[in-house]
Write a protein that binds this ligand. Sequence first.
Ligand code: NAP
Length: 307
Amino acid sequence: MQVAMIGLGRMGMNMARRLLKKGHEVVAYNRTVKKTEELAGEGATAAYALEELPGLLQSPRAVWMMLPAGPAVDDHLDRLLGILSPGDIIIDGGNSFYKDDLRRAGISREAGFRYVDAGVSGGIWGLQEGYCLMVGGPRDAYDHLEPLFRSLAPEEGYLYCGESGAGHFVKMIHNGIEYAMMQAYAEGFELIEASSYGKDLAYDHLCHVWNRGSVIRSWLLELAERAFSADPGLSEIQGYVEDSGEGRWTVEHAVEAAVSSPVIALSLFERFRSRKENTFSNRVLAALRREFGGHAVKRTEQDEAKR
Ligand SMILES: NC(=O)c1ccc[n+]([C@@H]2O[C@H](COP(=O)([O-])OP(=O)(O)OC[C@H]3O[C@@H](n4cnc5c(N)ncnc54)[C@H](OP(=O)(O)O)[C@@H]3O)[C@@H](O)[C@H]2O)c1
């Protein structure tokens, strides 16, 4: 089937490649022309302006945005609503906040369009392994797009999750779980590293063994095995961990819904902590222990120099 892919980044480019490989017709558009040309060289039809899309697609048109969440999505949706025709389907496959979907789906519906929110998981491995897809929006649009989902996903790797927002809501929770799982693995390795057994253990081999029938086997452990075998002490990496929104939204949702989700919340807060050394909160703790119990504190180098 025909689809336009807007945004040929790490995700959109390989998703378009997978669709081409499976025999779909892809119209490619990207802000930076070089990537559009690259994909055109692999069989896609190039569009050098959004305004070219209507003339290159048959109705009902399917246009898939793979852009950073936020203003870029609003801007492209706004422009697409101005150039496409009622009945056409616009898909947001980025990591958008599900409440933004509700607003965007409403605007699209009022103008006669069908807006689909698709949570996509699989990262840079999706080209070979397939992308797990969690889809929300009008059911008839989902049914129409199913050939695309079937080609993008591994076998049985896509699901209609419900009305508008459901796809990105489920993807948000998925990422919250991902934060917590990663944190648990990270703490496990830190505990081993701090023990007398750590120095004799090859962590890549340990990951490998844990992935052979153990309860904690997982793809994350396969990735950990790769990372440890390339750099056993992870000495080339700083322990600074970014977050990309979904973890925060998951925790915000937990607060709104008054659902206790301490493990996910703590894994998010640990990421914040990873970005700071010698935190103010820890200095407050040390100061309080000194005040109430006369416990020793470690002086800063500056303070030592003054003495
Ligand atoms: N990477 C992952 O593992 C992963 C997994 C699941 C979901 N996602 C989500 O998928 C979406 C795309 O992620 P990605 O990793 O492919 O990002 P990326 O590699 O940074 O690519 C972003 C794409 O969006 C385009 N773009 C960015 N800002 C734009 C703007 N203001 N106007 C027009 N085009 C713009 C870029 O065009 P240029 O080439 O011109 O810069 C590029 O093609 C995001 O929402 C992300 O959260 C990512």
